[in-house]
Write a protein that binds this ligand. Structure first.
Ligand code: RIB
Length: 307
């Protein structure tokens, strides 16, 4: 088994408006969409769109949103066998506003995602033990995510951790030392280290704090400013791709899915980060979350045209 994602599944309610409302403001939007989301689900959909070998472990409720999510997962070629239907709570929901520049803000109601527990880890133990790469995010309880990380790493696999949404009080060393590759964006980097990655030097300084706490590789995702790769023996800067974004929702998830796919195909890390950046950039040119994941053909043509 190449790639296992253990994470959230949401239905996204997305509004598109020129500006985002301020507190107390009501404004007219342009349109809305209902789609499949959740950082875990988007990462799995990103791998599936690339024709990668992926499984998603997660939870949904017995509500209509759960049935919609299952149907959309199948449409996105993500296997649903390892998804538990929980009759005690609702399917996860995200309310998302996207402005005229494609920037977004998101409120997530975790629902079934936050009911994930050690049972989900135990019932999928053999899957985790067979994983070459495990993709984790922070929309499910951290304790269950870490139990899965332990199973994967004990069997020789690697863990890619997206610290999103980042906790305000950072992450303890007991968590960071169980992560092979961490992929914070700018605000997550600041929340985890106290340093805003305003340029490559600051990104490397922030990354060093995470390396000192036990992470093997830090990829600081700086959006339109590119990615900084930092490990104990080298730092690299991977420049951004130029695109005109219409919707940045799930760009980070597509980056992580693309990274896992590229590593599973044996690409060297610098090449894998470039591939992942292309996936993230292309996703911003399409609307939606799981629906914005680029195909392998699209990524390869884009990389060729950009070289
Ligand atoms: O990263 C984007 C995702 O964050 C959305 O799909 C939404 O569901 C939230 O989880």
């Amino acid at each position: 088994m190449a790639i296992v994602v253990f994470g959230s599944i949401n239905i996204d309610l997305v509004t598109y408006s020129q500006t985002l409302p301020r507190p107390g403001e009501t404004l007219h939007g342009k349109s809305y969409a209902i789609g499949l989301g959740g950082k875990g689900c988007n990462q799995a959909a990103a791998v599936a769109a690339l024709n990668g070998d992926v499984r998603l472990v997660g939870r949904i409720g017995t509500d209509d949103f759960g049935r919609t999510a299952t149907a959309l997962l199948r449409e996105n070629s993500v296997p649903t066998k390892h998804i538990t239907v929980d009759n005690t709570t609702n399917t996860g929901l995200a309310v998302i506003g996207v402005d005229g520049d494609g920037q977004n803000c998101i409120t997530v109601i975790g629902g079934a995602n936050m009911a994930i527990n050690e049972q989900d880890v135990h019932s999928n133990q053999s899957l985790f033990e067979k994983a070459e790469l495990l993709l984790l995010q922070m929309e499910i309880p951290l304790s269950a995510a870490m139990q899965a990380a332990d199973l994967v790493r004990s069997a020789g696999g690697r863990v890619i951790f997206d610290p999103a949404p980042a906790p305000k009080d950072g992450l303890p060393a007991e968590v960071l030392e169980r992560i092979d590759i961490i992929t914070p964006n700018e605000t997550e980097t600041e929340l985890l280290t106290g340093i805003y990655p305003s340029d490559e030097t600051e990104a490397a300084r922030a990354a060093q704090i995470l390396l000192d706490k036990g992470v093997q590789v830090v990829l600081v995702k700086m959006g339109a400013r590119g990615v900084c790769y930092c490990s104990r023996d080298k730092n690299l800067y991977i420049p951004p791709f130029q695109v005109t974004p219409i919707d940045t929702v799930a760009a980070g998830d597509c980056f992580n899915g693309g990274l896992a796919y590229a590593l599973s195909k044996g690409r060297e890390i610098e090449d894998a980060v470039r591939f992942a950046s292309a996936c993230g950039a292309l996703s911003t040119t399409k609307a939606g979350a799981s629906s914005s994941t680029p195909t392998l053909d699209e990524v390869e043509s884009f990389l060729k045209a950009s070289s």
